[in-house]
Design a protein around this ligand. Structure first.
Ligand SMILES: Nc1nc2c([nH]c(=O)n2[C@H]2C[C@H](O)[C@@H](COP(=O)(O)OP(=O)(O)OP(=O)(O)O)O2)c(=O)[nH]1
Length: 132
């Protein structure tokens, strides 16, 4: 039996723009864009995992807002759950500290200008529908 592992991703929004992050590793994912986040650790609440991952990866203090309905299959055993999120007042600006080598705030009209991980496309579409 395969155990499902939840990967939490953030649709981090600021002034109607969405933060996209370009993965730097592993080689099969590098160069593709994703929603920042990561694996939920045993015993951790998903929202807390997302806040932790955003702090570790981007150096920001963020808060989750709403969970997008649904979940999206990634490479087994992973499954992606997405929250809209925003920076807390006084947070540092996001920086690609870990796992990413570039960040970009995208307007809705620019969302499809970067090569997303193919498995992320339905989640990004859902985030876009929420944001605009
Ligand atoms: N964070 C994130 N991971 C994604 C997305 N889409 C996607 O296929 N993945 C995959 C990549 C990885 O196989 C897995 C999550 O891994 P990760 O490397 O981000 O998680 P983590 O920070 O907890 O990693 P680690 O501690 O094990 O290094 O999900 C996405 O939008 N965001």
């Amino acid at each position: 039996m395969t155990e499902r592992i939840v990967v939490v991703g953030a649709a981090l929004l600021d002034g109607g723009r969405l933060l996209a992050a370009r993965r730097s590793a592993p080689p099969e994912l590098a160069g593709r864009w994703e929603l920042p986040g990561g694996k939920v650790e045993p015993g951790e609440l998903p929202e807390a995992a997302l806040v932790r991952e955003l702090r570790e990866e981007l150096g920001v203090e963020a808060e989750t807002v709403d969970r997008l309905p649904g979940s999206w299959p990634l490479k087994p055993p992973y499954e992606l759950w997405v929250w809209t999120a925003r920076l807390r007042p006084g947070s540092a600006a996001p920086q690609p500290l870990q796992d990413h080598d570039e960040l970009r705030w995208l307007d809705p009209s620019e969302i499809w200008s970067v090569p997303w991980l193919p498995q992320d496309v339905p989640a990004v579409r859902a985030a876009l529908a929420y944001a605009v």
